[in-house]
Design a protein around this ligand. Structure first.
Ligand SMILES: Nc1ncnc2c1ncn2[C@@H]1O[C@H](COP(=O)(O)OP(=O)(O)OP(=O)(O)O)[C@@H](O)[C@H]1O
Ligand SMILES: O=C(O)C1=C[C@@H](O)[C@@H](O)[C@H](O)C1
Ligand SMILES: [Mg+2]
Length: 167
């Protein structure tokens, strides 16, 4: 099992699916799995049931996939590392942190990919920056490999990950 962690819009879905096909493995995006299982979109789930209920379900799904022990590549939700329980679950797994500077993230969130994100769409740039800073310690602590993505394209990031994993 291989997990990708990182802030919203850091490239987990893009890089994860490319990495999975390069490795000839299955790919699973845990945000998509959440929506498949609950039959409700994440923004609507947040609206109806709130963040705590979202985090409970997110944890349950992470626990299930870890117990399944498949060989897939998993893209986690950006806030998956917030819960201590999830950080413990990820302990012992191969976890890749896609580290992207905040300015790049912010640019992507506001221009490139305006997918509705409950925590990004209603938050100011300053608040998002604090959230980004607050989470750094958790992304760092759960990850076995940190990839400084900077301005690399997804092919280059996949290549770097493969190099890291071969060590
Ligand atoms: N290396 C990259 N260089 C430039 N743009 C990228 C790169 N990786 C991803 N992107 C773009 O950034 C946006 C966010 O990427 P992606 O959806 O893969 O991130 P994510 O971490 O899965 O985000 P989230 O799950 O929060 O939606 C997309 O528009 C994607 O095309
Ligand atoms: O950063 C976050 O807390 C989130 C990121 C998304 O991937 C989703 O999991 C959800 O919108 C919460
Ligand atoms: Mg994603």
């Amino acid at each position: 099992m291989l997990f990708l962690v990182g802030f919203m819009a850091s490239g987990k879905t893009t890089v994860g699916s490319q990495l999975a096909s390069t490795l000839d493995r299955g790919f699973c995006d845990l945000d998509c799995k959440f929506e498949d299982m609950t039959q409700i979109t994440i923004p609507t789930f947040f609206e109806k049931f709130g963040e705590k209920a979202f985090r409970d379900k997110e944890s349950e799904i992470l626990c299930d996939v870890i117990n399944e022990c498949s060989k897939k590549v998993f893209a986690t939700g950006g806030g998956c590392v917030v819960r201590e329980k999830n950080r413990v679950l990820l302990d012992g797994q191969h976890v890749i942190y896609l580290k992207v500077p905040f300015d790049v993230i912010y640019e992507r969130l506001t221009t490139k990919n305006k997918r509705i994100r409950p925590l990004a769409n209603t938050t100011s740039k300053e608040e998002l920056h604090s959230l980004y800073e607050e989470r750094q310690k958790w992304y760092n602590s759960v990850s076995t490999h940190c990839i400084e993505c900077e301005d690399l394209n997804s092919n280059e990031i996949v290549r770097l990950i493969l190099k890291e994993l071969s060590h």
